[in-house]
Ligand binder design. Structure first.
Ligand code: 2X7
Ligand code: FE2
Length: 390
């Protein structure tokens, strides 16, 4: 599991040229979904700072070579700089949910892109997934032009209830706890606070336990930040972010009913407030993955799906989505896929999104599929305009 990367770094590899220099022939299978980020630290856990120090030591030359800059002179994001909030295009009159995306968040995709907001630097990698996200960004900017992006993410894990980020402006550094050498992202975004409270009210009205997160110092998780960056790297559209309640995360066979209710509550609130919204589910698919990292991490000769079983199940699920199956079929395929692949969708983001869209019986567009450290990742679009036409 991802956590083990940190464990192994502490022993055999720290003194070598990279903290994770063990090559893939030695890699062993694992399933990070069995341990959530929020719990079960491995007993020989290495402090991220130790890992970072070791990594920085070994990558200083690489960073300065790539950018031809003296160490320390690398450009950094202008933190604290207030940006205007206007959407990129005028508000359209029609409200409601105009599109949904399955928008997985592997930190490697941001690392591979080298955006200014992320501290680590790479030689690229995972291009086909990243290029598909470029298309998503264009469609959001030019076609959907939403007032708000509502995101549900599996790594903001809340122990009691479903939480809604109600902080008007969130700023900080989001760090991937297992991959701090890949993802240290400086974020700064605005929340649509009115819609956030409307979703919370509506979810409470449906009997869900709800929390309203108002602490501006809470560090926003990397799945929320990762997916939001990937769909809108200019951060000029307000956001509402929802947590993953721990229950569906811990029990892979737990019913996803609460996610369905949360989806309904989201839709009701969006319609009641007249927002033009897109909803994004920040979920990878099959979730078995390697626990050794190549050097460099973006060595694409080491990247492939964990096994054929995972691949076939991912294809089965994607085929079901692109065939436009009805809700009952989709529910049972999603659940079987979770069981078969330890899919990250067990955190509920996909179910929440489909429910928010009203379980549309329409073919979804699979824009890309690719693996990241062996996990399956599909970028999928539901254009609700199309569903109204057909
Ligand atoms: O959180 C993740 C993930 N969902 C997939 C791949 C790699 C890392 O982190
Ligand atoms: Fe994840």
């Amino acid at each position: 599991m991802r956590c083990r990367l940190g464990v192994r770094a502490s022993n055999s590899t720290r003194a070598s040229s990279s903290p994770w220099s063990v090559k893939f022939p030695n890699r062993s299978p694992t399933n990070c979904a069995a341990e959530s980020d929020a719990q079960a630290q491995p007993s020989r856990w290495v402090e991220p700072t130790q890992v970072r120090a070791a990594h920085l030591e070994s990558t200083v030359t690489k960073v300065s070579n790539v950018f031809r800059l003296p160490v320390g002179a690398r450009p950094s994001p202008q933190l604290g700089e207030q940006r205007p909030l206007e959407p990129t295009s005028p508000k359209r009159s029609e409200g409601g949910i105009v599109a949904g995306f399955l928008a997985p968040h592997p930190p490697h995709l941001i690392y591979g892109e080298n955006p200014i907001q992320n501290e680590p630097r790479s030689e690229g990698g995972w291009e086909t997934l990243r290029w598909a996200y470029e298309g998503v960004r264009r469609r959001i900017r030019e076609v959907y032009r939403p007032d708000v992006i509502v995101v549900h993410a599996p790594h903001w894990i809340t122990m009691v209830g479903h939480h809604v980020n109600c902080v008007p402006r969130s700023t900080g550094v989001s760090v991937e706890p297992i991959f701090p050498h890949l993802f240290r992202y400086h974020y700064d975004f605005q929340t649509d606070v009115e819609l956030a409270h409307a979703i919370a009210d509506s979810a409470e009205g449906l009997g869900l336990t709800v929390g309203r997160m108002t602490n501006p110092r809470l560090r926003v998780d990397y799945a929320t930040i990762g997916s939001l960056h990937l769909v809108n790297d200019s951060w000029d559209i307000p956001v509402v972010s929802l947590s993953a309640n721990n229950n569906p995360y811990f029990y892979s066979d737990a019913p996803q009913d609460q996610m369905e209710l949360l989806g309904e509550a989201t839709r009701t609130a969006i319609e009641a407030t007249g927002r033009r919204a897109i909803v994004i589910a920040s979920n990878s698919l099959s979730h078995m993955h390697w626990d050794r990292e190549p050097d460099p991490p973006e060595d694409m000769s080491a990247e492939h799906i964990y096994n054929q079983h995972q691949y076939q199940w991912d294809m089965h699920l994607l085929e079901a989505l692109r065939s436009g199956l009805g809700p009952d079929d989709l529910r049972s395929i999603i659940s079987a896929h979770i069981e078969a692949t330890a899919s990250e969708t067990k955190a509920g983001s996909l179910t929440w999104m489909l429910s928010a869209l009203g379980w549309p019986v329409m073919p979804a567009d699979v824009l890309a599929y690719g693996t990241v450290i062996g996990t399956g990742n599909g970028i999928v679009e539901w254009d609700m305009g199309k569903s109204m036409i057909s």
